[in-house]
Design a binder for this molecule. Sequence first.
Ligand SMILES: Cc1cc2nc3c(=O)[nH]c(=O)nc-3n(C[C@H](O)[C@H](O)[C@H](O)COP(=O)(O)OP(=O)(O)OC[C@H]3O[C@@H](n4cnc5c(N)ncnc54)[C@H](O)[C@@H]3O)c2cc1C
Length: 427
Amino acid sequence: MKTVVIGAGLAGLICALRLQKSGCDVLLVEKAQRVGGLCGTFFRDGYEFTIACNDFGWGLVEELNELGVNCEFESKKTQVFYRDQKPTKKQLTIQLPPGPGLLAKLLGRQPLQFLAFIWGIVRANMGLQTGNLQSFAQRFLKPGPVRDLVELPAYLMGVAPYDLANSYALYDKKFGYNYAKPACPVGGPQKMADAIAEAFVQAGGELVLADAVDKLDSCDGGHTLQLASGRKILADKLVDTRERPAPCGVKRGVALSMLLLVVDKRYKFPEGVHTLIHYPECAEQWAEKIDQGLLPTDFAFHIFKSDLDAKADHYSLNCFFYFPRGQEQPNQQCRDFYLDYIDQHLEQLLPGVKKSLIYQQLFSAADFAEEHKMSSRVMPSIGIDKVRQHDAEAKLWCAGHSVWPPGDHAGAAALSGRLVAEAILAD
Ligand SMILES: Cc1cc2nc3c(=O)[nH]c(=O)nc-3n(C[C@H](O)[C@H](O)[C@H](O)COP(=O)(O)OP(=O)(O)OC[C@H]3O[C@@H](n4cnc5c(N)ncnc54)[C@H](O)[C@@H]3O)c2cc1C
């Protein structure tokens, strides 16, 4: 009785490992030459960079511990550099996850606003089930730092605050993702994916790399898969983790672009920090412009350092940001404006770093799609409830970030892999 899992991203890896460890005979097929999907690294001009996914929730650590995966994690901080021009023109630096220091800072900035907001949350807890982040924030807060910072999660998801459902705030606890406790894999995301694959192979699973599933025929509860190499596989049960296209007419998140940076090793990246975010004031305004495909006057960007294996003289950083919607390969004006803006603000995040830069290259959303054959949209579709795509009678299950459970991150993809494995074992 063979179970085939298509795609060795996080969802496929976790599903395959859980099934194999429970006594199933599993074949995991991956079209790329490496496992991990969006969780991994790639090389550009001889330098290694993180592909996309880099910072996880502690729920994933618990899942991997339960599966006996040999991977270490550290909990690192995110620093937000908020530029508040009016009336103080001061920079506000806050640390996430928030501690008492942040509460004190916000109380100091806008005491009445902040207290009103907390009271609002308490009163409107039920209201979090419906509506969007922007309308929720506008209900309780005047424009200013507290409102901008409350809307930060929308930036991180690559959508405008009016496109982030309030219900997102409830998933972290409900599904045990635990992004409140960040988890950064020691050695980086590729090392984590490789460790899961290694555990799978050690448990007796078969991993096929660099061979895509080209054709799939399902009949009488069985499946015939044709791989690009010509190999034919018969499967009793099939798990498909390939991204499902967004339903017709559904709005999608903005595709992410990045600047690939390489820094001289002598430049010290802040200790205990994973991500640094440049986050300008009036978030609703610049986010709306980007969402509408217009050039903003300000925009947020963030820089992170994955803990990749040490190199002799350098390390790499990714700088993530969103070009205006539709500009997957931006025109020269847009490109110049963005690069100039990042150049102007980079040193607020990393003082003195410009002198230590060895390499820098723009890697647009179109470059990403071409190189990785995946989309760089953190949120593949907006405003639809993710549904379970299982047909137990046809012995066909779907996992991955485009199906249930909710949440557009690795935590949800990993949980979908676990839930599918459990459903198959119960079948
Ligand atoms: C830019 C970006 C940054 C992100 N950052 C974070 C982050 O910091 N933290 C976080 O929690 N989440 C983050 N996410 C979300 C997270 O990366 C995804 O939710 C998660 O990795 C999805 O895992 P998956 O297994 O469902 O899909 P994928 O990682 O897309 O894996 C699917 C796999 O299927 C393979 N495949 C496709 N077609 C075939 C075929 N025909 N045959 C065989 N194999 C096939 C692909 O090659 C791929 O390996 C980010 C997403 C993006 C786009």
